[in-house]
Design a protein around this ligand. Sequence first.
Ligand SMILES: NC(=O)c1ccc[n+]([C@@H]2O[C@H](COP(=O)([O-])OP(=O)(O)OC[C@H]3O[C@@H](n4cnc5c(N)ncnc54)[C@H](OP(=O)(O)O)[C@@H]3O)[C@@H](O)[C@H]2O)c1
Length: 327
Amino acid sequence: LKLAIVGFGYIGRSYVRALNRKLDLLRSIDDGFKVVGVADIEGYLYNADGLDLGRLSVITKITEYRGEKLYGGSAIELLEKGEIDLLVEATPTNVKDGEPGLTHIVKALTRGIHVVTSNKGPLVVAFRRLMELAKAKGVKLKYEATVAGAIPIFSLVEKCLRGDKIKRIYGILNGTTNYILTRMHFEGVSFQQALKEAQERGIAERDPTLDVEGVDAACKVVILANSLMGKDLKLNDVNVTGITKITPEAITLAKRAGYAIKLIASIDDRRTVAPKLVPLNHPLCVHGTLNAVRFEMDLAGELTLIGRGAGEETVSAMLNDTIDVLT
Ligand SMILES: NC(=O)c1ccc[n+]([C@@H]2O[C@H](COP(=O)([O-])OP(=O)(O)OC[C@H]3O[C@@H](n4cnc5c(N)ncnc54)[C@H](OP(=O)(O)O)[C@@H]3O)[C@@H](O)[C@H]2O)c1
């Protein structure tokens, strides 16, 4: 299998390091496994015989990769000219029109190339269209990394719970807001102080609007509902309230009564993202940047998964999606 990566930022680079670490495993599944292309905004590297993963693992920009021509064209050119079986898409999320990832994914699927993506944008704006295109072309579109990072939600439901019906999915799907609420809960600081601290520690983006207004969690609601509950939702089908108006007083009152305030995303007959009171001893009451997802199934009853919703651990989901394509 010949793989190309588009987007060589935090996730793209972390994924390359994971491939390098797991190369023996990957080659034991497919002895022809190689990375033939890597693209970012500067252009792309392409070598049909494979790029050196060891060298790719230690650079921060593709312009630093020595001994290979850097083509000035876009990722689209790479997808059109290269001999590629799998695209790994890791460009920035854009929830308005899904670009540039949407065009990359459509181009790949149209050409019969499998796709693994960590980018939510294209799925939020065009979930059904992309899944139908993948099906028509007989290729896989895998997106485990887009919801709750390293927690294997989609593969668990699709492989282990096929006989169950999901009655409800709810949980904490945004690590930044959970970190802020945790600091407010344990340290008694204001929302603004906790946000500033999260930004200083690199947990919150410089523009944290999508996280603190609940939009990032709403994107995950859209992907979960469309993927696992057969819906065809768009972002404006989710009722969203963020955490910006939560005061230290509200947190203290909740705490005295044995609760924490958490930003809970919920999908049943209604789709909501809103701050909710969660009992301190409830399985969903996880702290820091952790994510937690709870399913209510007709046979299995309640199941809760807890894990890293973002960060380097996310590449576990992408690597396992890659292995799914290989097998
Ligand atoms: N970080 C996480 O923990 C995490 C977890 C789960 C999912 N995700 C998702 O994974 C994706 C990547 O995240 P990240 O943290 O790696 O972001 P990032 O560090 O900003 O990296 C994005 C990369 O995409 C490149 N890029 C931008 N436009 C491009 C284009 N048109 N063609 C080719 N490359 C382009 C950027 O190049 P320049 O830097 O030169 O602009 C950069 O290399 C996002 O969609 C994000 O939402 C991230």
